[in-house]
Design a protein around this ligand. Structure first.
Ligand code: 3PG
Length: 210
């Protein structure tokens, strides 16, 4: 399962972190990201429509890998799995969550922000983790620092990464993918600027291919 998680993130390269307010926004975002060349998204549970958006996307856009993000409770794990989520992402992973996530039937990218937390996740069997909030906990220097003692742990840094900085992150040997919301800012979603989303996704996909 860890290999499957790593493969999924590696093939995505960049993971857009999306928060939608309506199902229509969800459809447009999925379509625009797909057009731009990004077939995987982290759909966050930060808005009331998120669970419905998951079901709509799985039904209407089978080509999009929809991971559910901002998973904060054990209850949400079960609901996301039952609704067809392709993978799960957490911003942080307390012990009770780590235990529940370790037995989830789909790939999981558990969040952590310190070496101790990352080592605890490795103890639970995880080899791919989300470093969050990446820039706030040390950014590139943190990632380089982690590579020395725990080179086998693969990271998906997220939080504060931009189009201008993402390639430096992807160039690190322990970075398998990078996440961020710069391709899908709320202002564009609210204004229906789907071409902007598509173009930002296309630039991100080009960075991944480099
Ligand atoms: C997340 O939940 O992963 C973050 O909100 C994404 O961080 P960013 O908005 O700074 O890219």
């Amino acid at each position: 399962r860890q290999q499957k998680t790593e493969d999924l993130l590696f093939s995505a390269g960049i993971l857009p972190v999306v928060a939608v307010d309506t199902l229509d926004q969800a459809r447009h975002v999925a379509e625009s990201l797909l057009e731009g060349g990004l077939p995987a998204i982290e759909l966050t549970l930060r808005t009331p429509v998120a669970m419905d958006a998951l079901e709509v996307l799985k039904k209407e856009y089978p080509g999009v890998a929809v991971g559910m993000g901002t998973v904060l409770t054990i209850d949400q794990i079960g609901r996301c799995v039952a609704a067809g989520a392709d993978f799960l992402v957490t911003p942080g992973t307390p012990a009770h969550m780590a235990e529940a996530l370790a037995t989830a039937p789909i790939p999981v990218i558990p969040g952590a922000g310190t070496p101790t937390e990352l080592m605890t996740l490795m103890h639970h069997g995880f080899r791919v983790c989300k470093l969050f909030p990446a820039t706030a906990v040390g950014g590139l220097a943190m990632i380089k620092g982690l590579y020395g003692p725990i080179p086998d742990l693969k990271l998906c840094p997220t939080g504060g990464i931009t189009e201008a900085t993402v390639s430096e992150y992807l160039a690190q040997p322990n970075v398998v993918c990078a996440g961020g919301s710069w391709m899908v800012p709320k202002a564009w979603l609210d204004a229906g600027e789907w071409n902007s989303v598509r173009d930002a996704a296309a630039r991100a996909a080009a960075i991944v291919r480099q």
